[in-house]
Design a protein around this ligand. Sequence first.
Ligand code: ZN
Length: 291
Amino acid sequence: MYAAIELGGTKICCGIGHGNNEFIDTQEIETREPQSTLSEVIEYLRQAESQHGALRGLGLASFGPVDLNQDSATYGSILKTPKPNWSNYPLLQAMREQFDIPMAITTDVNAALLAEHRFGAARGVNNAVYVTVGTGVGAGVMVNGQLVNGFLHPEVGHIRIPTGGVKGCCPFHGDCLEGLASGPAIHARAGRAAQDIPIEHPVWNAVASNLGDMCTNLLMILSTQRIILGGGVMSKEGLLDKIKHQLHDKLNDYLPIDECTRGLDSVVVGASLPDGAGLSGALLIAEQATK
Ligand code: ZN
């Protein structure tokens, strides 16, 4: 039996299960400051062990940025984050002090990509990107079947794209992609919350153009075979189609996508595991950590 933990900004999902995405039990815990939040997580896992037997491995899928460089002194720590008290928190170490079992850590979006690759929309391809567009914009990137990690995991949310003169609201860069197309950015641009803006509103064309630029760059740089778009903003009906139209125009038939595949509909897709993809990915890495 393995344990999976997905840390989000507002809630932490915990679960125990077997391989192949078979969960026995899951629980949600509100995200507060690290100590009290993780005490609750640890208590849940201890209870699960007493009910179901010893845990063999543990997988952590966390909001970023996370230090994923195994040679680093701060491997497994949360890096600088606006979330109060979580900056520099040694997440992996804190769990290792409690459980002497194999453990692995990755970002929530990397975990979601692993789950989509094994069970969902990225099955059958080895070059894929999972993008979440919500409170922020984040992405996991897989090249030749491996997740990409260098200095840091890729930070697709902070790429620079044409802004159309919009100032943007990223606290680090202003008009980066996240500063233009995240939920709060759309709210700032249109003066009301993204979910309340009808799809006919011009801000959606602007946001679709921004996300179309992102897709163009991902295709040009990575020659990625699948871009999976998930997150709260992407639940807006009609947005995915608008992005594909923008992408089609921006590519201007430059890439041989129509000849290679069934066209953009098979390249740019919605998330197929909308709830719990990160938790499923955490269970996958827990299993891998024991091998
Ligand atoms: Zn930024």
